[in-house]
Design a protein around this ligand. Structure first.
Ligand code: NAD
Ligand code: IPM
Ligand code: MN
Length: 357
């Protein structure tokens, strides 16, 4: 029996709804496979916990999580507490402490979804973002001088280390090597960010010499944002810094047809620490409690969790089931033009998994 200990962190808002469906789907995968066992433990950390205890998660949370094989996360963020408090209290420390330096975000138009981009089909929208996930613009380095005065200065410093930059670029080249097009695009803003991004471009060139089989090119992030909408077929694997990767992957989810569809894996490739799987979207307070959140991004994250643990057969099956479910056009949430509730989509996926053998 292959046993996986999974920590479930539903977090806030619709994170709670979509994580319930993700757990349901993993259970169904284990039932179907017979050789896999998932041992779940759920932790009620997040904004409600903060309002009671003054912290988003307990002091020993990271030590607790370290004993798990993987983490499933919903989303963090609630209008009752400032976002920088909640995110630096939970999501970002997990990514950074566990060296989850790769944030892998596949963007793929699924059959049955009408592309919001006129005339683009499933062959045109199929790319993987490799987002740097532990440093760069999210290093948390900075400060405020003379707060509240007319002389106030706020500094937010990007930190790009050779170690951090080289390892994410190398990882991206290796992702590109596994894909048929063997094309890697690096995204920077080296015209304006004349230290960090010029450095990134140089390291990209250096690392690229080890991957002569890869067609490597680079774009400035502003033009890239436009080309993702006008010419998505140009792209295969895209590597970007933490902030640019964040912004571009919301565009990516949007061109898949809904922000509710994008999946995300925060990976420590060394397996020293647990990796963390979550949808790309956030806690969506505007639809919280309505039962209409699309759980397919969270379920796509489950597929990435299975792949991470080498459970490729079940990962492939889950991908097929998601595609069948969408193609059938019967059980879709309102963001995809349907009337189904979150749990109905999860139940339909489970039924299809169990019926597949
Ligand atoms: P958001 O992704 O939560 O929502 C943006 C829009 O997309 C909203 O209109 C929302 O209703 C819609 N949407 C999102 N997920 C959906 C789904 N599964 N199905 C259908 N519609 C969906 O972004 P936001 O509104 O900018 O942020 C809300 C909160 O979430 C903030 O506190 C933010 O900091 C946090 N956030 C957390 C994460 C995370 O924990 N990984 C990610 C992004 C945002
Ligand atoms: C994401 C989110 C987070 C990020 C926020 C909530 C800190 O937007 O996972 O995409 O920017 O990484
Ligand atoms: Mn984001």
């Amino acid at each position: 029996m292959r046993n996986y200990k999974i920590a479930s962190l539903p977090g806030d808002g619709i994170g709670i709804d979509v994580t319930a469906e993700a757990v349901k789907v993993l259970d169904a995968v284990a039932r179907l496979d017979g050789g896999i066992r998932f041992e779940f433990q759920e932790f009620p950390w997040g904004t409600q916990y903060y309002l009671k205890h003054g912290e988003m998660m307990p002091k020993d949370a990271l030590a607790i999580l370290a004993s798990f094989d993987s983490i499933l996360l919903g989303a963090v963020g609630d209008p009752s507490v400032a976002d920088h408090v909640t995110l630096w209290g939970m999501l970002l420390p997990i990514r950074q402490s566990f060296q989850e330096y790769v944030n892998l975000r596949p963007i793929k138009l699924l059959p049955g979804i009408e592309s919001p981009l006129k005339n683009k089909g499933v062959k045109d929208i199929d790319m993987v973002f490799v987002r740097e996930n532990t440093e760069g613009e999210y290093s948390g380095v900075g400060g405020r001088v003379n707060p509240g005065t007319s002389a106030e200065v706020a500094l937010q410093t990007g930190v790009f280390t050779r170690h951090g930059t080289e390892r994410i670029l190398r990882f991206a080249f290796e992702v590109a090597q596994k894909r048929p097009k063997k094309h890697l695009t690096s995204v920077t803003k080296s015209n304006a960010c004349n230290y960090s991004m010029v450095f990134w471009d140089e390291v990209f060139k250096e690392v690229g010499t080890d991957y002569a089989d890869i067609h490597a090119d680079q774009y400035l992030v502003d033009a890239m944002a436009a080309f993702l909408v006008t010419h998505p077929e140009r792209f295969d694997v895209i590597v970007a810094s933490n902030l640019f990767g964040d912004i571009l992957t919301d565009i990516g989810s949007a061109i898949m047809g809904s922000i509710g569809l994008g999946a995300s894996a925060n990976i420590d490739p060394s397996f020293k620490y647990p990796s963390m799987f979550e949808p790309i979207h956030g806690s969506a307070p505007d639809i919280q409690g309505m039962g209409i959140a699309n759980p397919l991004g969270a379920i796509g994250a489950v597929k990435m969790l299975l792949e991470h643990h080498g459970e490729n057969e079940m990962a492939e099956l889950l991908q097929q089931v998601i595609e069948q479910q969408i193609t059938a056009q019967k059980v879709l949430t309102p963001d995809l033009g349907g009337t189904a509730k979150t749990w109905e989509v999860g139940d339909d996926i489970v039924t299809r998994i169990l019926a597949s053998r």
